[in-house]
Design a protein around this ligand. Structure first.
Ligand SMILES: [Zn+2]
Length: 122
């Protein structure tokens, strides 16, 4: 059973092992890719072998961060989804770093990202 969160102009759908962020009529699919890179990221952030949860938290946090900043959507996700926005590498690098840092920090302080996001869902 999938769950839908509404964070600013984004609909975040979370199911068993997959996450989709819809922005307008376009979407970003955030299913784990089974790559060593993702497995390494999961371990480095503190998720151990739980790549699925790392992946879910990552997509949810991109959306949540935008919502906190009162943006209609994550600039990175909007571009990845296919919205025509100019690519700003500095901005996307900063967003990615913020999301990864938040993931690590929220795990360290024992906060569940999905639970947190539910509290902000409209
Ligand atoms: Zn990202």
């Amino acid at each position: 059973m999938a769950e839908t969160l509404k964070l600013a102009g984004q609909r975040v759908e979370v199911g068993e092992g997959w996450t989709v962020v819809r922005i307008g009529h376009l979407a970003v699919n955030g299913a784990p890719q089974g790559t060593e890179g993702q497995a390494e990221t999961a371990r480095a952030l503190g998720y151990g072998d739980d790549v699925t949860r790392m992946n879910r938290d990552h997509e949810v946090l991109h959306a949540l961060l935008a919502s906190w900043a009162r943006l209609p959507a994550s600039p990175t996700l909007a571009r990845v989804a296919g919205h025509i926005v100019p690519k700003d590498e500095d901005l996307e690098r900063a967003e990615e770093a913020a999301v990864l840092a938040l993931q690590r920090w929220l795990l360290m302080v024992g906060r569940d990202v999905l639970e947190l996001a539910r509290g902000y869902s409209e």
